[in-house]
Design a protein around this ligand. Sequence first.
Ligand code: SF4
Length: 189
Amino acid sequence: MLSNDLITIKGKILLLVCCAPCCAGAVDFIAKHKLDITLFFYNPNIYPEEEYIKRKNEVIRLAKLYNISFIDTDYTPTDYQKVTTGLGSCPERGERCFICFSLRLLKTAIYARDNGFDYFTSTLGFSRWKDLNQVDTAGFNVEKKTNVPYLDVNWRKGGIQDRARQVIKENSIYEQNYCGCIYSFKNKK
Ligand code: SF4
């Protein structure tokens, strides 16, 4: 679905966000249309911890700038390590990434279910370096497991990417040069 379709949705939405550059356009859109969407930060994949804190603080800065609710979770890297053991050599967009998306989306859906949200979604597929179909497949699998409806929003369309670039520039948002995990950290250019 396109971001504009969110305007017609009734109910509370929990949005998993991975970093400020990937959610900048979405946050701008949410504020502009006064949508009932809360940001959720669960990213145990991020390595090292200093990077995790840096990315989280940038998302918090954006949330405050746009007056959008933000829910934090603890830094629990072992959650990620447990499910990706032995998958270090997978290429990006491979099996490890699917498991990484599934882990984070499952936590988001469970939180949504237990805390009065009607839907969950994410900005995990915002970057063109990500496989959007992989993200959505993980999301719909999680929907089946939790009975919380997943919204397959395509944040790459509807002018969101252009707006994201403006928001990043206007606010000097930190832009990392690797996806997040220790494997992508080691492979960064
Ligand atoms: S490359 Fe990115 S999506 Fe893939 S496992 Fe690492 S952090 Fe997760």
